[in-house]
Every structure is written in structure tokens, then in C-alpha cells.
Design a protein. Structure first.
Ligand SMILES: [Zn+2]
Length: 420
């Protein structure tokens, strides 16, 4: 199936891989329009063939770097002139190496890497938190051998708000945006109406809530999507997932994703402004119903509930409004106290199993609390361990998103010390 047909199936919600691997499609490089190629990858790469060499937008991850180089070389033998990093996440910035080596071997000019000025700062943070990032990414993606990188290809040039440049006769416009990250760059190639969104569009409910990662910017993200929609692009090449072809579809996808984020921000801020607790805010804010069937807004990677928490963190403080959590007792101490009152950890564990049988979303949430408390109070009790594993296994099986599945599976393994 060619990429246009596959992208059409994705648009119609008929592509099952959207659910099983929400961050995307691997596949061969495909020419999208004259001199513009797209390589579905983790993350995607876009390539422009100019009369003074190739320009790439994003370069993929460490594990795909050789493949990216080979695929591009099968399409064009021109030197890589420039690469733009749409942001500094490690699935976008690790493919320059083979092109740097090739330039040295052939005595070509070294590829020129351009990024927003916040991007080097991200690499510095990644070094400060390398251990943490290794743990949370292993947990998030359920990948036991992920090694967090300690060396980065820094950009040769950074910019602040916008950056216009030409390679040969091809003109590129870079626009800084904030959304999933504070170092995002949108690339606009007006000549052929090609828009590279980076991860501001990824064919999923936006990753604006990620439980284990730094602040996201949902309202700024919506503004960025509105600006992109106004460009009236004919080809949208996203950071993950397949391209969108055609002005109407692109306008719809970008503006509806903006509307989705704006709605979550509006609802959350309204409750915050009334003095609501976080817990009640989480129970009442909902993603817009009329967008529920959109294939590009499904909660397969991140979830709207987590976006609400990020909005709370961005506009408020870390405290959730419950006085007991301001200066809390240690979780293990609370669990022991409650188990003792209830007549033992096994009472909570048994009730957790009963709640699993009930099966509603609310019952599953409660089962998580009870199983966790029972295990915190009696971590060596085999019956409690089995109940906790069963509960989090069930929660993982019922989860829609990569984020939830990763955490619940991790808890299942943690019960018996099988953590990676
Ligand atoms: Zn990405």
C-alpha cells in the first residue's frame, strides 16, 4: 500500500496500527511531492532536495540512524547541507552522526544543524537527570534495555523567534513554538506548501500531560496549531504518524486539535478560579464530546486527564487542595494504619479483587488504591502481592494509553522486585 493510501486509511480511522503502535509507522522513504521525501520512522524524518544539497527536518533516534542514512542515500547522493531539529527529544536528534562521518570522509562541508535556542539547554538538563530519564523512559515504553544517551550533537546555529534561510534557491521559514516542549520549531516550505509540525501534531491526543516528564504548554500549543492551520498547507509532515494530504484535512486536524486543548484549558481554569480541588477538577473536566471519534485525537499515547494535571501545575502550584497532602505522613505509614483499622492488609487486597470484578472505571481506580495500600503495609505477604499484580495487570490491560500501560506494568513487576 502506498503512503497516500495508508494515510487515507489512517484519516478514516481504518488503520489498526494506530492503536497498537500509537507513535507510528516505520516504512520506506516515500516521495511526497517533487524533491520532498518523508521517512516514517521513530521519529519521522522529512528531506528536501535543493540545488545546493539536502535539508532534513528531524533525523530520528540512535537506533534508526543507520537506516535513515541508507534510506536517504538510496533516494539522493547529494551531501546533507542542513538539518533542523523540531525539538530536542531523543527520537529526533540522533540521526546526524552518519552524515557528519560521511562529510568528513568525503571532505564535504559538515552538515549545519539549526534549532531553537532552548534546545542546548534541554541537552544539559538531560545530563543532569540522565538516571531519572533512563528509569522513566524504560517504564513509559516498557523497554528494559533503553540506555539514556550522554553525548549529544549540538546545533551549529540557534535562533530566538523566527529564522528564515535559503539553501540554493529553496527558502525555509522556521517558527519557534511552545507546546510539548519549550524548544519547538515548525518548518514551513512555502514554495511547495509543505509544513513540518514536529511533535505539535502526532496523530494522537497531544502529549501535553505526560505523567513523568517536565512541563507542557497546552494553550501555547493550541496557539501554535492555529498559526499552522492559517498557513493553508497542502502537505503536513508530522513528527510521528503519517502525512496528511490536502488543505481541508490539514486545516481540520490542526484546528480541531487546538480546540481540544483550548477546551481542556478553559474547563480546568474555570474550576481553578472557583477554588476547586485538583481531585474534583480531574473528575469533572472532559475532552470535547463532538471530537471523540477523531482518529487523530484518540488517547492511545497520552490522556486528557493527564493534560488537566499539567494545566494545574502550569497555572497553579504542586499542592492539590487536600489539607492532608500538604504535609503528608509517609504513604507506608498511612497504609499500615488503615490496614490495621480494617483488620489486616488482606482485607484491602480482597476488596480490591472484588472491585476488579465490578469492572467500572471508578471501581478499577479504587482497586488500585486498595491494592497499593495493602502492599505498602505488607509487601512480603504473598496473597497481597498476588492481588496487587492482578489489579495492576488488569489496569494495564484496560488502559488506552502508552503512559498508563507503562506505569501499571511497571507496578506489576515491582511487586516481586522484577524491575528493570
Ligand atoms: Zn517524538
Amino acid at each position: 500500500m502506498d503512503i497516500v493510501e495508508l494515510a487515507d486509511r489512517l484519516w478514516r480511522g481504518e488503520e489498526p496500527s494506530q492503536k497498537s503502535s500509537p507513535l507510528g509507522h516505520g516504512g520506506p522513504l516515500a516521495e511526497i511531492t517533487d524533491s520532498v521525501a518523508f521517512l516514517p520512522n521513530f521519529g519521522n524524518c522529512s528531506v528536501f532536495d535543493t540545488d545546493d544539497g539536502l535539508v532534513m527536518v528531524d533525523t530520528g533516534s540512535i537506533i534508526t540512524a543507520q537506516k535513515v542514512h541508507e534510506e536517504i542515500r538510496a533516494w539522493s547522493t547529494k551531501p546533507l547541507h542542513s538539518a533542523i531539529f523540531s525539538h530536542g527529544h531523543i527520537d529526533h536528534v540522533f540521526g546526524v552522526g552518519p552524515f557528519d562521518e560521511e562529510a568528513q570522509t568525503n571532505d564535504w562541508r559538515r552538515p549545519h544543524v539549526i534549532a531553537h535556542r532552548h534546545l542546548p539547554r534541554r541537552f544539559e538538563r538531560y545530563l543532569l537527570t540522565a538516571g531519572y530519564n533512563q528509569v522513566i523512559n524504560r517504564r513509559q515504553f516498557a523497554v528494559s534495555n533503553l540506555e539514556w544517551p550522554l553525548e549529544y550533537r549540538y546545533p551549529d546555529e540557534t535562533y530566538e523567534l523566527t529564522h528564515d534561510f535559503a539553501v540554493g534557491s529553496s527558502a525555509f521559514h522556521l517558527q519557534h513554538e511552545k507546546g510539548e516542549t519549550d524548544d519547538a520549531t515548525v518548518t514551513w516550505f512555502e514554495e511547495q506548501s509543505v509544513l513540518c509540525s514536529g511533535d505539535l501534531f502526532i496523530w494522537n491526543s497531544p502529549n501535553a500531560g505526560n505523567p513523568q516528564k517536565v512541563q507542557r504548554y497546552p494553550l501555547e500549543w493550541a496557539n501554535a496549531l492555529r498559526r499552522m492551520a492559517a498557513l493553508d498547507a497542502q502537505y503536513l509532515l508530522p513528527g510521528h504518524g503519517l502525512p496528511i494530504f490536502g488543505r481541508d484535512r490539514i486545516y481540520q486536524a490542526l484546528s480541531e486539535t487546538a480546540e481540544y486543548l483550548e477546551s481542556l484549558v478553559d474547563q480546568t481554569l474555570a474550576l481553578m478560579n472557583e477554588g476547586a480541588r485538583l481531585s474534583d477538577t480531574l473528575s469533572s473536566v472532559r475532552a470535547p464530546i463532538h471530537l471523540a471519534d477523531r482518529p487523530y485525537l484518540q488517547p492511545f499515547y497520552d490522556e486528557p486527564e493527564f493534560i488537566v494535571r499539567n494545566i494545574w501545575r502550569l497555572y497553579g502550584g504542586w499542592w492539590d487542595g487536600n489539607p492532608a497532602t500538604l504535609r503528608p505522613a509517609n504513604d507506608r505509614r498511612v497504609a499500615s494504619e488503615l490496614c490495621e483499622l480494617a483488620g489486616g492488609a488482606s482485607v484491602l487486597a480482597t476488596r480490591a479483587e472484588e472491585l476488579l470484578e465490578e469492572g467500572s472505571d471508578e471501581a478499577l481506580r479504587l482497586a488500585g488504591h486498595l491494592a497499593e495500600m495493602a502492599w505498602l503495609a505488607s509487601p512480603d505477604d504473598e496473597g497481597v502481592q498476588a492481588a496487587r499484580q492482578h489489579v495492576f495487570h488488569t489496569l494495564a490491560s484496560n488502559a488506552t494509553s502508552t503512559m498508563s500501560r507503562g506505569v501499571f506494568r511497571w507496578a506489576e513487576r515491582e511487586t516481586t522486585g522484577e524491575l528493570f
